[in-house]
Design a protein around this ligand. Structure first.
Ligand SMILES: [Zn+2]
Ligand SMILES: [Zn+2]
Length: 463
């Protein structure tokens, strides 16, 4: 799912300019309604619609990926509107991406093999086994991760949540894919699917802050979208490419000079180990020279890794974005087009949701007079749902404008949210094929009650 950023909704702020309630729009003079919970803005000319903080500057890889996301997102939207659904084909891009990912993994294997050979054959030298061990450590860090279930998270199996799994089975059946093996409930404003272990069991991650604010059919749409990823041949979710991308990011970190992360070092409490000022000037000069030399030595491998990473990204981003659009269409087939549009609007409220949770956590922790921390904890998710449900259409209208202005899509594998919404809202309207009725919804809520309690406690403790 993952668009959580297009969200400058504030439950408390009224904007920066001091205004009287009846003041007209300063730009066009139109009447501007005031709701003290939200930013004041003009629907006629757009004045103050996007009054939030500018987006944080992404890093080098991040900026490149955001640009890719926009370009492909717009192109694909045009194509899908024109040509209708097309399942991803095995085209040149996908063949090349598998070849490249294979080469990345082969490189890791070569490191491991060289490491073993150096240790075994060079045993009676001192240098070779040491180099061999270094290579083995690096190969270990780069190994493809198969994924696993979180040891300390909230994990639900079929027997723990029969009603939830009945719903999951119906949705998986509808989009034509295998059922889920485990559900992980967490505190993110998100949902996702992944595979784990050698046998590629299927795991669905559901973030309670998102789930709690969705209407029943929107929950069906959310799960329909996630299962859509299994059904539509999304290569980036596949083992080979996903693990290769992870290895490349690890490489990139290895070749990035540690000094650039000096703030992190200080946060780790290692600051005193790097006290250059205490050294005599000549020695400090030598250290700087050594650092500069190390930088020069790392520049080439870093650029090479960045190049391969960008290439693999480039080769797969387009198919990943197509997979997102198709997953939205599958979600509409399961939960209805209307539910998907509602879901995509809800994704714009991420900031309102996290502000609300933070406010409640602070209320519970500061023990203000008249505030019962136990009651805050017990009502955390229902209160959140009620407050998000009370967001008026006018605020959604503003959030959608912000989404268009900023082209939000958090990460490059997702097209901009407003284009995803437009594809479903303007396309043929599909009815629901999976209906989550009141009884089933209540049964699922009951099964999730222990998760509600545990995550409410964690949110109040940690946020
Ligand atoms: Zn998705
Ligand atoms: Zn105006």
């Amino acid at each position: 799912m993952t668009d959580t950023s297009a969200s400058t909704s504030r439950m408390t702020n009224t904007g920066d300019t001091p205004r009287k309630p009846d003041d007209p729009c300063p730009d066009c003079g139109a009447a501007v309604p005031v709701d003290p919970r939200f930013a004041t803005w003009c629907a006629a000319c757009g004045w103050n619609a996007d009054s939030g903080e500018p987006d944080p500057q992404p890093g080098r890889i991040g900026a490149f990926r955001i640009a890719l996301a926009r370009r492909h997102g717009e192109q694909l939207h045009e194509e899908l509107v024109r040509d209708g659904d097309q399942l991803p084909r095995r085209d040149v891009h996908s063949v090349l991406s598998y070849a490249l990912a294979g080469a990345v993994h082969l490189f890791t294997v070569a490191l491991a093999v060289s490491g073993v050979l150096l240790v075994v054959l060079g045993w009676n030298t001192v240098v070779q086994p040491v180099i061999g061990l270094v290579l083995l450590v690096v190969a270990f860090a780069l190994r493809p991760r198969l994924g696993r279930l979180p040891g300390d998270g909230v994990v639900l199996r079929r027997a723990d949540a029969p009603a939830l799994f009945t719903l999951l089975d119906e949705i998986a059946d509808g989009v034509g894919t295998r059922a889920a093996d485990a559900v992980v409930i967490d505190a993110r404003f998100n949902a996702s699917v992944s595979a784990y272990g050698w046998r590629r069991h299927r795991r669905v991650d559901i973030g309670l802050p998102l789930w709690a604010t969705l209407a029943p059919q929107q929950r069906v749409a959310l799960l329909g979208h996630e299962f859509g990823h299994y059904a539509n041949g999304d290569t980036r979710h596949g083992l080979v490419i996903h693990t290769a991308l992870r290895s490349l990011v690890t490489w990139y970190e290895v070749f990035t000079p540690a000094r650039r992360n000096s703030r992190l070092v200080r946060a780790d409490g290692l600051g005193e180990l790097a006290q250059r000022a205490a050294r005599p000037p000549a020695e400090a000069g030598l250290v700087r020279l050594a650092e500069a030399l190390a930088d020069v030595l790392m520049v080439l491998p870093r650029l090479a890794v960045l190049g391969v990473l960008r290439l693999l990204d480039h080769l797969t981003v387009r198919s990943a974005q197509r997979a997102e659009y198709l997953a939205d269409r599958m979600a509409a087939g399961a939960g209805s087009s209307e539910a998907v549009v509602g879901l995509l609007d809800r994704l714009l409220t991420g900031e309102a949701v996290s502000n609300d949770l933070r406010t409640q956590a602070i209320r519970a922790r500061t023990r203000l007079p008249g505030v019962d921390p136990k009651a805050v904890e017990a009502g955390l998710w229902t209160q959140l749902a009620a407050r998000i449900a009370s967001i008026p259409d006018r605020e959604y209208d503003r959030l959608r404008r912000v989404s268009v202005l900023r082209g939000h899509a958090v990460d490059a594998t997702h097209p901009p949210t407003h284009l995803r919404r437009a594809l479903i809202a303007d396309g043929g309207q599909l009815p629901a094929t999976v209906v989550l009725d009141t009884d089933a919804a209540a049964a699922i809520d009951g099964e999730l009650a222990p998760a509600h309690t545990r995550l409410a406690r964690e949110v109040i403790r940690d946020l």
